[in-house]
Write a protein that binds this ligand. Structure first.
Ligand SMILES: [Zn+2]
Length: 162
């Protein structure tokens, strides 16, 4: 039998079909402390659900979004970039090279709009400052006020693939 707590706090029990409900209940009761701890850990986290079959479409959407917003912010900040690409990255939301190549995680298309906007502004501002200095954050703040709260929100995002 297998117990799993997904990032949105849902408990999934996998058991062979011939297991009676009593056996499953017994198993759950035995592991109650573990389940409680795992569910507790997911509190304050936001799950973004992505259906695997939607990934190609999300990649297209992310590219359109990134192109549009990068064009807009480049004008606003008075910067230029060389390229915009979308990738499947596990941990990063975006990156910016010293040559001006911007790269975004396709999952920005599944984020709440204000967080996707923050990710894009963050990478755009690296065209001005290739570091996380106070100056860099001042640039971010010009277009995304309250970036500290947004960063925290973004850190609490978990992706659940379905
Ligand atoms: Zn950065």
């Amino acid at each position: 039998m297998r117990l799993e707590v997904s990032p949105d706090g849902a408990l999934v029990v996998t058991a062979p079909s011939y297991f009676g409900i009593r056996v499953i209940e017994y198993f759950l009761a035995k592991h109650a402390a573990w389940v409680r701890r795992k569910v507790e850990e997911t509190k304050g986290r936001t799950a973004v659900r992505i259906a695997r079959r939607d990934i190609p479409e999300l990649k297209k959407q992310a590219l359109t979004l990134a192109h549009g917003r990068c064009g807009y912010y480049a004008e606003l900040y008075g910067v230029s970039f060389r390229s915009v690409t979308v990738r499947a990255q596990k941990t990063r939301w975006g990156s910016c090279s010293h040559r001006g190549d911007l790269s975004f995680n396709y999952r920005i298309a599944a984020l709440p709009a204000h967080l996707a906007e923050y990710v894009i502004v963050h990478e755009m501002c690296h065209l001005l400052e290739l570091n996380h200095s106070a100056e860099f954050w001042r640039h971010v703040e010009r277009c995304v006020p309250g970036h500290k709260r947004l960063r925290k929100e973004l850190r609490n995002i978990s992706t659940v693939f379905v």
